[in-house]
Design a protein around this ligand. Structure first.
Ligand SMILES: [Zn+2]
Ligand SMILES: [Zn+2]
Length: 303
């Protein structure tokens, strides 16, 4: 099987971050932190053994004889445990040094619990089982909030920070797996649902490409799929008068699609309006004000 290459270079991320620092000075500190964070993730991708993924995929897809979507369940994504643990440690270090005060203190605690004192014997076996990183990664794949909540509570950790940092550590593996899987999708052109054809995740943002085609990007695996330009990208409603959007004069490349049927919103960027490299995680971050504006108007996030 021919492997699909990752599509953005570290240099492009750096350039995109530099452009956004100039365009959105209010986000400078955010960008400084996340640039390092995202580079660590992209670097991790370069270490992934694509042949091992190919073998896994061949086995998984042999079992699936139909051509329906989503292709796989989120539980079927393959995480390279030891590599993901190394990235987890690295990401916690970056968050400790450059993250917000609350994220920084959570990252410090995670580092101490999982990486510094990991060989220290604990009196309580229960705590030891919560301290197993593979269990945390598994709960993240299962989206099992109950386990994550119990884990965070027993380790006296902030649950949101644990989820955020843990998911960041497994995300490169999920994305790479998804990229390889994307070549098996045969229904892409006619797929107009508001969920990912690979994993059924919700879209985190949309974009218009150079031809004016509209695409959505999965919040879980980052797969990009084509969707209809008409109607709501999320619920498919096409009733007249139910779809609206707003944009700000100073950032015309963005608009926020609003739907009065599902009451949800999604940010959409027009790539014909930008010259910077398009790196969705950075774009998502530097447009948080748009989420706030949509929420003020009474719409809810799709995520
Ligand atoms: Zn997906
Ligand atoms: Zn809708």
């Amino acid at each position: 099987m021919k492997m699909v290459d990752n599509c953005i270079t570290l240099e492009q991320i750096k350039k995109s971050a530099s452009s956004l620092r100039v365009l959105r000075p209010a986000y400078k500190e955010f960008i400084d932190f996340y640039e390092e964070f995202f580079i660590a993730q992209e670097e991790a991708k370069t270490q992934i053994n694509l042949d091992a993924i190919a073998e896994e995929l061949d086995n998984q897809l042999k079992l699936k004889t139909d051509n329906t979507t989503p292709l796989i369940s989120t539980l079927d994504f393959v995480i390279f445990q030891s590599q993901a643990e190394v990235l987890f440690e690295k990401i916690c270090k970056i968050a400790k040094e450059k993250g917000s005060p609350s994220l920084s203190s959570a990252a410090e605690k995670i580092s101490q619990l999982f990486f510094i004192n990991s060989s220290t014997s604990q009196s309580c076996n229960q705590i030891e089982s919560y301290k197993r990183i593979d269990n945390i990664f598994k709960a993240l794949l299962y989206n099992d909030h109950k386990i994550l909540e119990t884990t965070a509570k027993s380790l006296e950790l902030n649950k949101d920070a644990l989820i955020f940092l843990g998911f960041a550590a497994i995300s490169p593996y999920i994305q790479t797996y998804s990229t390889q899987l994307s070549k098996y999708i045969k229904t892409e052109d006619s797929y107009t649902k508001g969920s990912c054809p690979i994993c059924s995740g919700s879209p985190q943002m949309g974009y218009f490409n150079q031809n004016g085609d509209k695409y959505l990007i999965c919040s879980f695996c980052q797969h990009r799929w084509k969707t209809s330009r008409m109607g709501c990208s999320l619920c498919g409603n096409r009733e007249k008068g139910k779809q609206h959007y707003f944009f700000n004069e100073e950032e015309k490349e963005y608009r926020v699609d609003l739907c009065d049927n599902c009451r949800k919103y999604i940010k959409v960027i027009d790539l014909r309006e930008i010259t910077r490299d398009f790196y969705p995680p950075l774009e998502m971050l530097c447009t948080i004000h748009l989420n706030m504006q949509a929420a003020e108007q009474g719409y809810i996030s799709v995520l």
